[in-house]
Design a protein around this ligand. Structure first.
Ligand SMILES: [Zn+2]
Length: 414
């Protein structure tokens, strides 16, 4: 088995990553309207930074569409029409300041890494990375390894493939998407036009991970319409929507919240509540790895609402289920080699593959549900969505090697 790691240019991988990380590409839930990406800075990034990199690589069919998705192709060098997709996202999370990002490089030996304004990357997080080159922000913003590390790793893998035509490869399509962090990454993704038979997102954490199992997700909305009456005349007339909301929240199982569950346990979460005596809108998250489990939770909420309407005579409660995404595992099992080949690729990089459950969703889960099987590979990033975010250059290189091996395994089998 050929070891491709010597073909990977660590310096080039690092420089490409830093060039991308330095640009603020934060997405924004509040400004997302219709087709266009939520922020203009993502569009600028795609046009001015990403597209020229792909053009330099002489990829074909480079397209940047109005929804903000950048795609390109690399023709295969084997007798097969099979096409493998590789997907990463360009936006960064608004959960931490998104820029301007000042990248810091640390020749890490031991101890904590102290950054500006008291931001501390703890030794416990750094333990596996002794003698690695650690890349972080200056501590005032996130780094954006989520998911610019994924983009940089895909680009380096593609570069190696174009430099070494002796490495067998099927047709490859890549897509860099906007707005993943606000759950809109693939809302406008045209699977038919993309033309891949299956795909992988490169947007996970550890290099040894292949993520194939996500939550089943509903984001229910509960709209409570009370009966407002002047407080002076409220006796036996007023129904305060806020009281009704508080009744509902009080009946949620305390042991089934995000902060009281882990591993494969599902939960109810009140994410946002807004309103007054007249009307309250509650936004919730309901999560379960088991689909019937998720449906049971929805039934529980419906019953709870009935009880609330009985308890508070005259109030009207609307309920919207808002199904978001499914656990992709079941669908992926229709073609088990999608996972098996990824594990083989990880093994060829000298790692023992792991299949952790994702307590969240991925763009791949939504694509899988729509017919494009898309599990998730690791990027090496740690402490996503925070000022403590960092990545090891050596692990980025491993993730890049995983991608090259994966391309090669599919070439051998198609
Ligand atoms: Zn991500």
């Amino acid at each position: 088995m050929k070891n491709y790691s010597e073909y990977i240019n660590e310096e080039r991988l690092k420089n490409n990553f830093i060039k991308m990380a330095e640009v603020d590409t934060g997405s924004c839930e509040d400004t997302k309207k219709g087709l266009e990406p939520s922020t203009e800075k993502q569009v600028e990034f795609a046009k001015n930074i990403l597209k020229p990199i792909l053009e330099n690589l002489k990829l074909e069919d480079i397209k940047f569409d109005k929804t903000g998705i950048l795609t390109a192709s690399l023709k295969g060098n084997i007798e097969s029409s099979f096409t493998l997709g590789l997907i990463a996202h360009m936006d960064t999370s608004e959960q931490a300041p998104t820029g301007p990002v000042k990248v810091k490089i640390h020749d890490y030996k031991q101890g904590d890494i102290e950054l500006l304004n008291g931001t501390l990357i703890e030794e416990s997080d750094l333990e596996p990375y002794k003698n690695h080159t650690i890349i972080s922000s200056d501590g005032t913003t996130l780094l954006g390894a989520d998911d610019k590390a994924g983009i940089a790793e895909i680009i380096e893998a593609i570069t190696v493939l174009t430099e070494h035509p002796e490495i067998k490869r099927p047709n490859i399509k890549i897509a860099i998407t906007p707005d993943e962090e606000i759950g809109e990454g693939v809302s406008y993704f045209d699977i038919d036009k993309f033309g891949a038979d299956l795909a992988y997102t490169v947007d996970g954490s550890e290099a040894k991970n292949i993520e194939s199992e996500t939550f089943n997700a509903f984001n229910p909305e509960i709209i409570i319409n009370g009966i407002p009456v002047h407080c002076g005349h409220a006796y036996k007339k007023m129904v305060n929507a806020i009281d009704v909301a508080s009744y509902i929240i009080g009946k949620l199982p305390q042991a089934e919240k995000p902060e009281t569950t882990r591993n494969r346990e599902g939960y109810y979460h009140v994410d946002n509540i807004n309103g007054d005596v007249n009307k309250v809108v509650m936004k919730m998250l309901v999560r379960d790895f088991d689909f019937s489990g998720a449906k049971n939770r929805i039934e529980f909420l419906k019953n709870l609402i009935k009880n609330a309407e009985n308890e508070f005579k005259g109030c009207k409660i609307e309920f919207r289920e808002n199904e978001k995404y499914h656990n992709m595992k079941e669908k992926l099992m229709e073609k088990p080699e999608v996972i098996e080949y990824a594990k083989e690729a990880i093994r060829r990089s000298g790692l023992e593959p792991k299949e952790p459950v994702v307590r969240g969703g991925t763009d791949g889960a939504m694509l899988t549900l729509r017919g494009l099987l898309t599990p998730n590979l690791g990027t090496g990033g740690v402490n996503f969505h925070s000022k403590k975010e960092f990545i090891s250059l050596q692990i980025m290189k491993k993730c890049c090697e995983n991608v090259i091996n994966l391309v090669n395994v599919w070439a051998e089998n198609s």
